[in-house]
Design a protein around this ligand. Structure first.
Ligand code: CA
Ligand code: CA
Length: 165
């Protein structure tokens, strides 16, 4: 993975843009999703999303926070996370699963997942620019049934870190 793509991935996690990834970034992402779909933090879906955000952060910290200061710097991300993600994208995707499941639930998922418009709103709430979000949603719907399922999101997330654009 080249420098620019690593910088892109890092920026995606650094939701508040302060130059490192920490727990707050995952909470910022959860709050943005709740706001986008007018969902309260106190309801079951809100609580599940925050629990998923916490699990995602703990997983990320376990992989990449080498010095244990509760912050993942760009250097830690590059040397720790990216290498391990490349070696074991499935494991990384499992770390993200509770958060991704929570996000789908907030976006109104049924058993088959969410529709493309909702998926675009999810990505936009997470800071993905509009043009890119449309392309990403098309790519996520791997079986082409017009719904984005939990499995497709988890797999897409793993691909994002391992497959060149
Ligand atoms: Ca940050
Ligand atoms: Ca650190």
């Amino acid at each position: 993975m080249d420098e620019r793509r690593i910088a892109d991935r890092f920026a995606g996690f650094d939701q508040d843009g302060n130059g490192y990834i920490d727990r707050e970034d995952f909470y910022v992402a959860a709050k943005a999703l709740l706001a986008e779909f007018s969902t309260t933090a106190r309801c079951d879906k809100g609580q599940a999303l925050f629990a998923g955000a916490e699990a995602f952060w703990q997983g990320m910290a376990g992989i990449a926070d080498v010095d244990g200061d509760q912050r993942v710097t760009r250097g830690e991300f590059v040397t720790g996370a990216v290498k391990r993600l490349r070696d074991s994208p499935e494991r990384f995707a499992e770390i993200a699963r509770p958060f991704l499941r929570g996000a789908l639930a907030v976006a109104g998922a049924d058993d088959a997942g969410i529709g493309a418009p909702e998926a675009r709103r999810v990505l936009k709430a997470l800071g993905v620019e509009d043009g890119l979000a449309g392309t990403a949603v098309d790519a996520l719907d791997a079986d082409g049934d017009g719904r984005i399922s939990e499995e497709e999101v988890v797999q897409g997330f793993a691909r994002y870190f391992t497959v060149p654009e």
